[in-house]
Design a protein around this ligand. Structure first.
Ligand SMILES: Cc1cc2nc3c(=O)[nH]c(=O)nc-3n(C[C@H](O)[C@H](O)[C@H](O)COP(=O)(O)OP(=O)(O)OC[C@H]3O[C@@H](n4cnc5c(N)ncnc54)[C@H](O)[C@@H]3O)c2cc1C
Length: 553
């Protein structure tokens, strides 16, 4: 962190000038850069990771995004967007907290999001999509007529459970699917535009301002020293969320934010953009919002935090989920099924006001040999980006102690009891009774307690037995900077911080509920808007830096 006390030789020397500076090359940054370029701006796109090992959440993702049918009913789409973003047009909804510009935000979504697929295809004629879903909240206003649609990215034309998240990172573009395909398409768009210069290995540290308080650039750390990237027209923050920022996790997330949560995206998302904007007086909103459910984590650490893994074994047959005492508390299918799958983390956050503890942090996925042998219970390909080798049959994870095992359920209960995160709460009798009752439901084909879908019911009875701790968490955070419908970053008086824009998960519009594909959808739609509005600004009259970081140099 740059401070006043930092030695002078570490402070900015080189200067690069562009019309628009974009911070972070994920989906939002790439789309913002392209749009700014196409609206007449030269662009410096800063990415803190080196080019050869760059992996953003965008690249790790499933590559699915919202792209409503352009022929759908626009008023219905506005209503549906409003319900998703703030819920304020739903009965009994008291959470909507952006009423001052929610109409404009929904209008912007209705204008931009139906263009998403065409925009991507326009970047690269080889890029393809397949349709995967419609409106996930069928009871929301507008759901029926909005023409809502979610599409997935591919260069092969394929999209199925087997190929989803296949590692195609090093493969030729034509073999790429999912997030790799999405990223390759945006990268193609960026590389085909001469006016966009990508600066890899360049970590933005401070926003630079002039005497008027306008944001006129970024101070960045590079392998060869500090560089000032001056922006004549504007700066766009697209540096992702705070998944791997310990302080922000403790400050923003409900419950034990550091040890009690886990995320499975890129470890490069350390909340840098949030910190930089906050230093300039940016307002925060809904900081605790995430796209998440409950997932397992391994004790391998980055930035002092456990690494999460997408635990898709939850909700499959021969598996159930219990709290720290051994009791079920929900249908396991709700955890991994649309649309509730990215909101379920809220269920795990229940706080017991008598014992003053979180009975569901962690929760425990209990499964048997049948599921263990059926294939990985986590998404191994996504884990490999973070250098976590789980193995194809889960046995590596068992050997490493990431998965607990027991020849009997009694032995497994003892192992859970001794796990430090269980804090000796597991009750053997409760777990045995829970599993026995669950197995009876499986035999009867009906879950009398939580109505889990019959097709997913399979008994937990074949030894050995296994357990994995599950924490609230998921792919990414969504809360962060408060921005208006033009993607201008607002201060605590709701006034725009001049020339500062933002898009992507650092400032997500999805503050109420979340359907998968929303994040990438807004990377395109709102990334483009941010880039467009930044490019449209007249040149700043004064590029003299006046804030502290530069005075030090
Ligand atoms: C495994 C997985 C699957 C997912 N699947 C989907 C899906 O199918 N559909 C969907 O909509 N969403 C999905 N998501 C979520 C989605 O991928 C992200 O929310 C979205 O990609 C965020 O895009 P972004 O551009 O905001 O951030 P990112 O794509 O994470 O990009 C941020 C970039 O900023 C860089 N950066 C950070 N700090 C700095 C700095 N100081 N200076 C310079 N650069 C910096 C980072 O290195 C990174 O490259 C998934 C996420 C994961 C992890």
């Amino acid at each position: 962190m740059l401070t006043q006390a930092e030695p002078e030789e570490n402070v900015a020397v080189t200067e690069v000038l562009a019309d628009v500076v974009v911070v972070g090359f994920g989906g939002a940054g790439g789309c913002a850069a392209i749009e700014a370029h196409d609206h007449g701006a030269t662009v410096a796109l800063l990415e803190k990771q080196p080019e050869e090992s760059h992996y953003s959440n965008t690249r790790m993702s499933g590559g699915g995004y919202h792209s409503p049918n352009p022929a759908g009913n626009r008023a219905a789409l506005v209503a549906y967007a409003r319900a998703m973003f703030s819920g304020e047009n739903l009965p009994n909804m008291i959470e909507g907290e952006q009423p001052d510009f929610s109409e404009e935000l929904a209008e912007a979504w209705a204008e931009m999001s139906p263009q998403n697929e065409a925009f991507m295809r326009g970047l690269d004629p080889q890029y393809q999509t397949v349709s995967i879903a419609n409106a996930a909240f069928p009871d929301f206003p507008g759901a029926k007529d909005a023409g809502y649609s979610v599409v997935k990215s591919t260069y092969t034309g394929a999209e199925d459970e087997a190929t989803q998240f296949r590692v195609t990172r090093g493969a030729d573009k034509t073999e790429k699917e999912s997030g790799e395909a999405f990223h390759a398409c945006v990268l193609t768009g960026v590389q085909s535009r001469e006016g966009i210069a990508v600066h890899y290995g360049t970590r933005a540290r401070r926003l630079l301002t002039n005497a008027e308080g306008e944001v006129i650039g970024v101070l960045a750390e590079t392998g060869s020293g500090m560089v000032r990237f001056l922006a004549r027209r504007g700066v766009v923050l697209t540096s992702g969320g705070y998944e791997y920022n310990k302080r922000m996790r403790k400050a923003f997330l409900d419950g034990p934010g550091a040890e009690g949560w886990a995320f499975y995206g890129t470890t490069a998302n350390t909340g840098d953009g949030i910190e930089m904007a906050v230093r300039l007086g940016a307002q925060l909103t809904k900081v605790g919002k995430i796209a998440g459910r409950i997932i397992c984590a391994v004790p391998e650490r980055r930035h002092g935090l456990k690494i999460g893994l997408n635990t898709n074994g939850v909700g499959k047959p021969n598996e159930l989920v219990v709290d720290n005492y051994g009791a079920r508390y929900a249908s396991e299918r709700r955890i991994t099924k649309d649309p509730s799958r990215y909101i379920f983390y809220k269920e795990a956050l229940r706080f017991d006001t008598l014992s003053l503890s979180y009975p569901r942090i962690p929760s425990w996925m209990i499964f048997d040999e049948t599921l263990r042998a059926a294939g990985p219970v986590v998404r191994v390909a996504a884990a490999l980006y973070n250098n976590i080798d789980w193995g194809a049959d889960n046995m590596k994870a068992v050997e490493k102690g990431w998965v607990l095992s027991g020849a009997t359920l009694e032995e497994l209960a003892r192992r859970i009891h001794d796990h430090p995160d269980n804090c000796n709460r597991m009750e053997t009798d409760t777990l045995l009774a829970t599993v026995a009752r669950f197995n009876d439901f499986c035999a009867a084909g009906r879950d009398e307690d939580f109505d889990r879908e019959a097709t997913s019911l399979g008994p937990v009875m074949k030894p050995p037995f296994y357990a994995i701790p599950l924490y609230p968490g998921g792919p990414n955070t969504k809360g962060g900077l408060r921005v208006d419908a033009e993607r201008k970053v607002l201060d605590w008086d709701d006034r725009p911080i001049p020339r500062l824009y933002s898009a992507g998960e650092i400032s997500s519009a999805f503050q109420f509920v979340y359907q998968g594909g929303g994040n990438l959808g807004e990377c395109i739609a709102f990334g483009r808007l941010a880039g467009r509005h930044a490019a449209a600004k007249p040149d700043a009259a004064d590029l003299t830096i006046t804030n502290q970081a530069v005075q030090a140099g």
